[in-house]
Ligand binder design. Structure first.
Ligand code: GLV
Ligand code: GLV
Length: 322
């Protein structure tokens, strides 16, 4: 019997051709809706390999149900949807998709910086709604990005790629990270700062840190109070790193100027989400890595990892040591 591979979302045939040739591949046949948990659990019971999205909770129950399970290949760099400790204990390899998405995610992150600073979404809506009656000196005037200070919290590979973009805008670059990043300091002129100093000095505070128990709720009222009044906050990592209620208060009270958000505490959000009622919030539906090229590269990496593990080899981009 061929090994059973379950893919939790409809992916194009060309992306999974290698798997189809060698394995018994099953797929949740919808592209725009997540597989129901019960179905996911049933499929996992049969599976030697799972190719999952960040929308799937790969918790201990799922991992235990997968008695034959050898690998969970997550189509994301983040893997907070997976209980990695349980996976390691149960001998299941977990892989992610680092690096192939650095540039695309950094592009979208920097686009959020620009869009929030220059009020681009608000301005576009203004024109489309027929409100443009005359030119005026301060019509939708925002803030400059060039020559300002950017503070990057979480200087991983994506954080560094954001910093690289900031050099083109001649920005001063601060970063905060668990460990010092000497390469970013030497190559990009980034300066290490304490979390407090970064918040106090940055015009743009950009959150790129993975979601862990230490970073959950990191951006809370205290943090927003330390930021400059004209500060722009951008989150392109994971929603729960931010206390959304506190962010809302900070924006409404004018403690910070604007926010650009690609991620939310509970996704997806509906149009009734309080943050969406604010003109100074630019919101994206978690599309950091969503370019055609990068999404295909992420699929390819998941496919390679699954094929390697099912044929008894080490995966390319493991998250855990089993
Ligand atoms: C997306 O958020 C990812 O982690 O790749
Ligand atoms: C995060 O920024 C990463 O590259 O893992």
């Amino acid at each position: 019997m061929k090994p059973y591979v379950f893919i939790s979302r409809k992916l194009p045939d060309e992306a999974i051709a290698i798997l189809k040739e060698k394995y018994d591949v099953h797929m949740w046949e919808q592209e725009d809706a997540a597989v129901p948990y019960e179905v996911f659990l049933e499929e996992t019971k049969k599976a030697d390999a799972l190719l999952t999205m960040l929308s799937e909770p790969v918790n201990e129950d799922v991992l235990k149900a997968g008695e034959k399970l050898k690998i969970v290949a997550n189509m994301a760099v983040g893997y907070d949807n997976i209980d990695v400790k349980a996976a390691s204990r149960l001998g299941v390899t977990v892989t992610n998709t680092p690096n192939v998405l650095n540039d695309s995610t950094a592009d979208l992150t920097f686009a959020l910086v620009l869009a929030a600073a220059r009020r681009m979404v608000e301005a576009s809506e203004f024109v489309k709604e027929g409100n443009w009656k005359s030119w005026s000196p301060f019509l939708l005037a925002g803030q400059d990005v060039h020559h300002k200070t950017i503070g990057i919290v979480g200087m991983g590979n994506i954080g560094k790629t954001v910093a690289k973009r900031a050099t083109g805008f001649e920005m001063e670059i601060l970063y905060h990270n668990r460990s010092r990043k000497h390469d970013a300091e030497q190559e990009l002129g980034a300066k290490y700062a304490s979390f407090k100093e970064l918040l106090e000095r940055s015009d743009f505070v950009v959150c790129m840190t993975p979601l862990t128990e230490e970073t959950r709720n990191l951006f809370n009222r205290n943090a927003f109070k330390k930021m400059k009044q004209q500060a722009v906050f951008v989150n392109a990592s994971r929603g729960p790193v931010v206390n959304e209620h506190d962010l809302y208060e900070a924006l409404v009270e004018g403690e910070i100027a604007a926010a650009g958000l690609d991620v939310f505490a509970e996704e997806p959000i509906g149009s009734d989400h309080p943050l969406l009622g604010l003109k100074n919030v630019v919101a994206m539906p978690h599309i950091g890595s969503a370019s055609m090229e990068t999404r295909f590269a992420m699929m390819k990496l998941c496919v390679e990892n699954i094929d390697l593990v099912l044929s008894g080899n080490a995966p390319k981009t493991p998250v855990n040591k089993k």
